[in-house]
Design a protein around this ligand. Structure first.
Ligand SMILES: Cc1cc2nc3c(=O)[nH]c(=O)nc-3n(C[C@H](O)[C@H](O)[C@H](O)COP(=O)(O)OP(=O)(O)OC[C@H]3O[C@@H](n4cnc5c(N)ncnc54)[C@H](O)[C@@H]3O)c2cc1C
Length: 387
């Protein structure tokens, strides 16, 4: 009977990246995926590689920065090995600070003093972003044109609030669907085995330690098992991880020209992520809705209007698609990474809003943990035993 050194449960970006890192270190690996690899949260994501002290939880900052730095090499390697493009973009992000950001800024020690972009700088970076309105009549006609649902006063307040609060951030973005497809192909090329279509129902034990997994159809044998099942991680024994699904709805527009927007734009109402092929992703809600992946037309319309408020030229842009995905959330909004109390059982889950960003560093540190190597990063804040 065939056996493996490590079984990875779940073929999202976390499981796929880890399987490649383990193969590189010489381990034989089987990924057991209940559906098709890369079709859940990793397929639904926007692909912003957010590395910003205003938005990243402080204890996650060093992992986030390390992962952001690994990205060019990570993406290049996947492109070369898979022969697929992953659309890593390096134009940066324009962040419109929210009230929450400002409150956060006031509390930071040492204080962070970001330098806001002037109107001229903003216009030079993204000429199609909404500009100042000369009078109420101009704003009213903009509201009518874009079908803005907020009142004139609310619209005025929106523009007053974001004007003078735009920052430029040196962040990258990537196409998560292309990334997971490239990671899947790379894993196969490197000899990772896959079982797709049947869920793991149990982690098998022998003499108090892990012996493999059982699916609805069969069993697979390995002395080490890693739970990378995203929002579903908590459903698989022998240890109950407190993961939960956090729903995000998004839509995708076809920009009237491929270069209409270059930067990722994040505003309090919505974020916009341009792709090199002319698509523009608009996201995203953060909802506690259980395992429900349906989109709600009114919510998609709200996001669409928020995009038009930011970039009026999107008025005639066609909606190509909308969807919802389930982020793997945890009680403290931090990932769960490391060895569990059960010998041979490991976990890499709970990446919430940052799983695409954190994939390269997660693969590296988890391959080190599983291989018994010393770690460059302190994983204590992410320990599975903290709950
Ligand atoms: C709308 C939205 C926008 C996002 N935007 C960003 C962003 O801009 N930047 C960023 O970094 N992150 C973003 N994220 C978060 C990111 O998508 C996730 O953190 C990341 O994809 C998690 O990867 P994963 O591999 O853990 O989970 P998943 O991709 O969900 O993979 C888990 C896999 O496990 C499988 N599985 C589950 N149960 C079993 C079982 N019993 N047996 C076998 N297989 C099983 C599932 O089928 C699935 O394929 C976003 C997420 C959403 C939903």
């Amino acid at each position: 009977m065939k056996t493996w050194d490590v079984i990875v449960i779940g073929g999202g970006i976390i499981g796929l990246s880890l399987s490649i890192a383990l193969r590189k270190r010489g381990a034989t690996v089987l990924v057991v995926e209940r559906g098709e690899p890369g079709r859940e949260a990793s397929h639904a994501a926007g692909g912003m590689l957010v590395d910003c002290p205003l938005e990243t939880p402080p204890v996650l900052q060093s992992l986030a920065t390390a992962s952001a730095r690994l990205y060019p090499e990570f993406a290049h390697e996947l492109e070369v090995e898979s022969g697929m493009k992953v659309d890593l973009r390096d134009y940066g992000t324009i962040l419109f600070l929210s009230q929450e950001h400002l409150e956060h800024l006031a509390l930071t020690t040492p204080p962070i003093r970001p330098a806001p972009l002037s109107a001229a700088e903003l216009e030079q970076l993204e000429p199609e972003l909404s500009k100042a309105f000369s009078d109420d009549a101009e704003m009213e006609s903009f509201r009518q044109d874009c079908g803005v649902e907020q009142s004139l006063d609310q619209t005025k307040e929106f523009f007053r609030a974001i004007r003078g609060r735009a920052l430029y951030l040196k962040e990258r973005s990537i196409d998560p669907r292309a990334l997971t497809a490239a990671a899947f192909q790379t894993a196969k090329n490197r000899g990772v085995d896959f079982s797709s279509g049947d869920p793991v129902t149990e982690v098998d034990m022998n003499d108090g330690r892990v012996a493999g997994v059982t699916t609805t159809k069969t069993s697979f044998v390995a002395p080490k098992v890693v739970n990378c099942a995203g929002a579903w991680s908590g459903q698989i024994g022998p240890q109950a991880f407190p993961t939960r699904p956090v729903k995000g709805q998004m839509l995708c527009l076809a920009m009237p020209s491929r270069t209409l927007l270059k930067h990722v734009i994040r505003s309090p109402e919505a974020y916009l992520i341009p792709r090199s092929d002319g698509r523009l992703l608009v996201g995203a809600t953060i909802e506690e809705a259980g395992f429900d992946k349906r989109t709600v037309p009114a919510t998609i319309q709200h996001l669409h209007r928020a995009a038009l408020m930011l970039v009026p030229k999107l008025k005639d842009a066609k909606i190509l698609e909308d969807w919802a995905g389930l982020r793997p959330g945890t009680p403290d909004a931090l990932p769960i990474l490391g060895a569990t109390a059960t010998p041979g059982y490991y976990v890499a889950t709970g990446h919430f809003r940052d799983g695409i960003l954190l994939a390269p560093i997660t693969a590296q540190v988890m391959a080190d943990v599983i291989g018994g190597r010393s770690l460059e990063h302190d994983l204590t804040p992410f320990s599975p035993s903290r709950f």
